[in-house]
Ligand binder design. Structure first.
Ligand SMILES: Cc1ncc(COP(=O)(O)O)c(C=O)c1O
Length: 304
């Protein structure tokens, strides 16, 4: 299902709407002139939906609004709220994913956006990727991806549609996983060799007995799950450093885990180095102490 809605569609019928408006909006056809398609001029959120409830919705909503503000995309949030609340009553499964995409819509001249943009909103339902919960319990292997993450202090943090870095890294990751199926995530660094995040996740590490997570002020996505966990660790009085983490530091890390708002969190068991079709263990992470604290916090808001 792919609801599609222009933000300037009449709101005069809104009271009668949800149903009609949502149905009207259920066209998967996006104009080839849409700036999201042409330039990646837009943002998205991927939200886990369980029993008709959106996990960490307030944090997703905040990031969505903030991202549109940073990109100067005018967004009718009242309308988006309305179609989302209607859409979740039609969730296709008790546990699934709602993807929300907002683009600047059509128009402008070349890259230059139109003075008055008319945002496009798209909702899509997706199934949960297989093995999500098994990996949370058993842990995963990971590799370093060769493709570096681009840096930009203005767009760092937001979940914009320009995801070529992740596409390139995921190509390497999927090839690695074909031969070594326990490899489920790839770590990505900036051009200076700082570890930033996973291809689709944020990272926490315990280094010299201190919990750390990479600074994302120049690159990476400020994940909703990361924000939730930072808030939880703070409230629990667990010291956490948000700082640049050099690649070499992982060799002395006792624990590593990645998180995102769909999979929750995955402990990393081993960091592998793939050479000549064989996998060498670069580092093993024996501890699960902090990921257990994080998991407990997560289960409190979203029992499995
Ligand atoms: C590149 C990247 N970083 C981090 C995340 C984690 O974000 P969130 O916790 O909001 O799902 C994602 C999620 O898809 C991502 O694609």
């Amino acid at each position: 299902m792919a609801p599609f809605l222009k933000s300037n569609q009449s709101d005069s019928k809104q009271s009668a709407l949800p149903q009609t408006n949502l149905q009207k909006a259920m066209s998967p056809v996006i104009s080839s002139q849409d700036r999201g398609f042409l330039y990646g001029d837009g943002i998205f959120e991927t939200v886990r939906c369980r029993n008709g409830q959106l996990l960490l919705w307030a944090l997703h909503r905040d990031r969505l609004v903030r991202s549109c503000e940073i990109l100067f995309i005018p967004l009718r949030m009242d309308m988006l709220d309305q179609i989302i609340s209607e859409a979740i009553t039609h969730a296709p499964a008790t546990d699934c994913i709602l993807k929300i995409i907002v683009t600047r819509g059509e128009g402008g001249r070349g890259y230059a956006p139109p003075e008055e943009a008319d945002a496009t909103m798209v909702l899509q339902w997706h199934a949960l990727p297989p093995g999500t919960d098994t990996a949370s319990q058993q842990g995963i292997d990971c590799i370093y991806c060769d493709h570096p993450l681009s840096q930009n202090p203005v767009t760092a943090g937001i979940k914009h549609l320009n995801r070529l870095d992740q596409v390139m890294a995921s190509l390497q990751l999927s090839r690695a996983a074909q031969n070594f199926p326990a490899i489920k995530e790839g770590l990505m660094c900036d051009v200076d060799g700082n570890i930033i995040e996973g291809t689709r996740s944020n990272l926490f590490a315990v280094i010299n007995n201190t919990l750390c997570t990479p600074d994302l002020s120049r690159a990476g996505v400020q994940g909703v799950m990361r924000s939730f966990l930072i808030g939880h660790f703070k409230a629990a009085g667990i010291p956490l450093e948000i700082r640049a983490i050099r690649k070499q530091e992982l060799s002395v890390a006792s624990e590593l885990f990645v998180c995102n708002s769909v999979m929750g969190l995955w402990p990393i068991t081993r960091l592998l180095n793939l050479e000549n079709n064989s996998a060498n263990v670069q580092v093993q992470f024996p501890s699960r102490q902090m990921s257990a604290v994080a998991r407990k916090a997560l289960l409190e808001i979203f029992p499995l």
